[in-house]
Design a protein around this ligand. Sequence first.
Ligand code: SF4
Length: 393
Amino acid sequence: MRKRILSGNRPTGRLHIGHLFGVLENWKNLQEQYECFYEIADWHVITTKTDTSDLLENIIEMAIDWLVVGIDPKKSVLFVQSSVKEHAELHLLLSMLITTSRLLRNPTLKEYLQNIEASQITSKKRAFDSFSEAVVSKFTDISSEVSTREKNDHIALLKSKLKDIFLEELNHHGIVDSEEELTYGNLITYGHLGYPVLQAADILVYRAHVVPIGQDQLPHLEITRELARKFNATYGEVFPVPEPLLTEFAKILGTDGRKMSKSYNNTILISEEPEVLEKKIMTSYTDPGKIRRNDPGHPETCPIFSYHQIFNKENTEEIAVSCKSGALGCVECKRNLFGKANDFLTPLREKRKEYEKIKDTVVDILNEGSKKASEEAKNTMEIVREKMKLWAS
Ligand code: SF4
């Protein structure tokens, strides 16, 4: 029996070459060795974004990209998460087996909190707290003559006055209305906090053995593994503890030299039209130290070189040497790349145009996959309910 894999992606629109070479090429190969379940994780989108106006369209756009690059519905189960309601049921049951503090330690959540604008308020609060502590300590020195009991009362009064002034200021500027709004609990929703539990349900409801991930995603899978163990120990063996299938994902830089991401507006889409592709390549960031044509460059820091490594593999060594020696200019290097990238992407673009004419077939593929996924999930939930001695109707 082949081992089972669960992997998925949030539908946020058309996919870029970072997805293609970072994830989808790997998925395509895994289809040959594993029983693969590939999930369009639409519920995961709404844990951080309440606007669902483009969600249905994005599901279809992403499914088309999957089909275009060779994710084959005859070999793998392609399905939409929200079509399989058992994910929600298992999410609810697993949520009883994990503490809030464990979820607050989730590294993705910490990163999110650090990035959001509201956390700036928290850092302002921290800055203000240290300011008020400094004032208090001065005040303490001055009042050293006063008895200890009086001194403590003075400090408490001063602290509370300072806090009032701080809140009044924030309120005055329309930042927050109360101290409560300054806490993390007010910055994230219940659904967002439970994101890794839903992720665990996605994997465990199919009793998947293996999850393909990069080294940096290991802490996320750990929550799923903990929940599988906890469930098995509490109610009896149901879930395999899923193993990570560590994969070396290609790191594709965005056209501005940062990580390729839709939110940075620095992507090259799999379906990019030739004119747009050319423009993106010709205006892309390169090694800033290579100002004149004959200046020696540093290809390892240049996104154009990273694209040569995927679209023009056979010539990368030669390009690296001529870039470093200054024999190759950036304009020529970019022109060569455009030719190679366009040759690679043209058949995919054409395939996409064919799928766009038969969107109903794409919907049928997803419905068919969701039906298969549902059967598996239903079987798991029957066992789960039985083990937990829950009402089964
Ligand atoms: S020559 Fe090519 S690899 Fe070197 S810096 Fe210019 S664009 Fe980048």
